[in-house]
Design a protein around this ligand. Structure first.
Ligand code: UT7
Length: 311
């Protein structure tokens, strides 16, 4: 039996910052941001830190999965913006949830973190080690954003997603996955000595277009499927042009691409799960649909998975 997602949710902070708000404080404009990235607005956390966003998403994911916190065997939190070096965000939410039977650790794989957590959870569930693994992607990128750097400040947002991974019925669940890393590209996207995001946008763009397409095709093949079988593509929401390039690589029509970047910007490890949750809430994904998730990020890292949807 495959492991699959039995409950998923998102949480985004209330404060909306639009491109027009950024125009007032930076040498940028709505037209540039919208046409180059697809972003119109993003959410910014004020009082809340990453563990608060993670906790709020986790509570709803557990409700949706109809699982109580003491049934969780492991909590994996993908984040590059933990509240502090340690304890991990996973341990912080283990306490808040009162998930007393759960081991807990963070995963650092930047924007690929949600797929890394998903693939890791799959191993523990399918081996029988744990019945349920709670995975979370949570980021407060606003605290590592240099708000004077227009190259990066317009791109990012805060948010969280959580999903419960458990066994699902025959034929459904996570059919295949791929994880990868290339440390030689680490210099293109990193937290610099001032603890701000520093990025060579063009290099990351080229890498993302190539890698997202290749990884998506690779997991489809590993699942024994073809491009024609794909019902929905949920890519990391970093730039609409990168997302469109991966849709074209799979020859998918416009309506099969998840596009939520205009609402949240790039929320790193949270972006794929937030988009997936929105698509489910809008009824775009049905049981037995074939969903491709694909992401890339700092490290450099990448990851992809094919899910046949449903419990
Ligand atoms: O999760 C992974 C995170 N990273 C990414 O996904 C980033 C991938 N890369 C990208 O998304 C794109 O490279 C960017 C959106 C970051 C930049 O788009 P681009 O089309 O590659 O633009 P560019 O860096 O080549 O810059 C073009 C021009 C430059 O001006 P000049 O040199 O041509 O005069 C920039 O200075 O746009 C200028 N520019 C801006 N203008 C207005 C850069 N940022 C801004 C801005 N507003 N915010």
């Amino acid at each position: 039996m495959n492991a699959g997602i039995i409950g998923i949710s998102k949480y985004v902070p209330e404060k909306v910052v639009t491109n027009f708000d950024l125009e007032k404080v930076l040498d940028t404009n709505d037209e540039w941001i919208r046409t180059r990235t697809g972003i119109q607005e993003r959410r910014i956390a004020e009082e809340e830190d990453t563990s608060d966003l993670a906790y709020k998403a986790a509570v709803t994911a557990l409700e949706n999965a109809q699982i109580s916190p003491n049934q969780i065997g492991l909590i994996l939190v993908a984040t590059v913006t933990p509240d502090r070096g340690f304890p991990s965000v996973a341990c912080q939410i283990q306490e808040k949830l009162d998930a007393t039977n759960a081991a807990a650790m963070d995963i650092s794989a930047a924007c690929s973190g949600f797929i890394y957590a998903l693939a890791t959870a799959k191993q523990f569930v399918e081996s029988g080690a744990y019945d349920y693994v709670l995975i979370v992607g949570a980021e407060k990128l606003s605290k590592v954003t240099d708000w004077t750097d227009r190259n990066t400040a317009v791109l990012f947002g805060d948010g969280a997603t959580a999903a419960v991974i458990g066994k699902v019925s025959e034929g459904r669940g996570i059919l295949s996955f791929e994880l990868g890393a290339d440390g030689t590209g680490g210099k293109h996207l990193l937290l610099n000595d001032d603890c701000f995001i520093a990025m060579n946008g063009r290099e990351v763009f080229k890498f993302a277009v190539r890698q997202m397409g290749e990884s998506a095709l690779s997991v489809i093949e590993k699942a024994g499927l073809t491009k024609e079988d794909v019902d929905f593509l949920v890519p990391h929401q970093a730039n609409i042009r990168i997302m469109e390039a991966s849709r074209e690589r799979l020859n998918l029509p416009e309506e099969k691409l998840s596009k939520r970047i205009h609402l949240y910007g790039n929320t790193s490890s949270a972006s794929i799960g937030i988009a997936l949750t929105d698509e489910l809430e809008d009824g775009k994904i049905k049981d037995d649909d074939i969903i491709v998730l694909v992401g890339f990020g700092g490290g450099l890292t990448w990851g992809a998975a094919v899910i046949k949807w449903g419990k």
